[in-house]
Write a protein that binds this ligand. Sequence first.
Ligand code: ADP
Ligand code: ADP
Length: 226
Amino acid sequence: MSDLVLQNIGKTYSNGYQAIPSIDLTIEEGEFIVLVGPSGCGKSTLLRMVAGLEGISQGELLIKGDQVNNKEPADRDIAMVFQNYALYPHMTVYDNMAYGLKNRGVAKAEIATKVSAVAQMLGLEELLTRRPKQLSGGQRQRVAMGRAMVRDPKVFLFDEPLSNLDAKLRVQMRVEIRELQRKLGTTTLYVTHDQVEAMTLADRLVVLNKGHAEQIGTPMELYLRP
Ligand code: ADP
Ligand code: ADP
């Protein structure tokens, strides 16, 4: 069974603007899919519909065979990493990572085990009592990644997660993200406007233009075709 299926998915905003006419996409378990295209082509709109942060105007969204069009974000078994990290400024790194699990009523001891395991994977063990403003950009990005990972979601969504980092860190973090994703085997939908980043990360790319999926294929198929 495919992990994530977008069937004839479309978005028309309430002002009448049709940001996405219709997209069909089937994503297999463990696949790393990159949505790439210029600013305004509909990348965020599509990702936010999958996340449940934006209503779906048409079509069906299936996660592991379940239709989730009308499910709340928290009930979709997905975790999203945002461009600005969206960390809670008044909470420590530990509490930022634990927040989603606490909300679900997971037992304290289990939360502690989970957070510490993820913190170790991300090299955050020494930073658990700090607050976001006491962290570098790369460390904040890791915390955002950690907060997504502790929930063991079926699907990761990334919305330009590296665009606030300097060039060197961006390359380093994208390698880290891909290694972690491979290790966890979590199906991933990743948005970027950076073609090199897209090619480096993707199992398959979806090239969006004005809300249309112009091309879908592996980096080899899309860029190295004679
Ligand atoms: P929906 O159709 O999902 O209800 P709305 O059209 O009500 O979305 O807009 C949601 C939010 O996005 C509003 O706060 C609105 O001000 C903002 N918004 C409106 N137009 C744009 C635009 N072109 N780009 C980005 N955000 C916009
Ligand atoms: P990208 O992420 O590729 O930059 P978006 O998905 O943010 O593109 O936006 C796609 C198109 O939809 C743009 O033309 C944008 O102005 C428009 N748009 C985004 N949000 C809204 C909104 N809330 N209401 C109306 N139009 C919107």
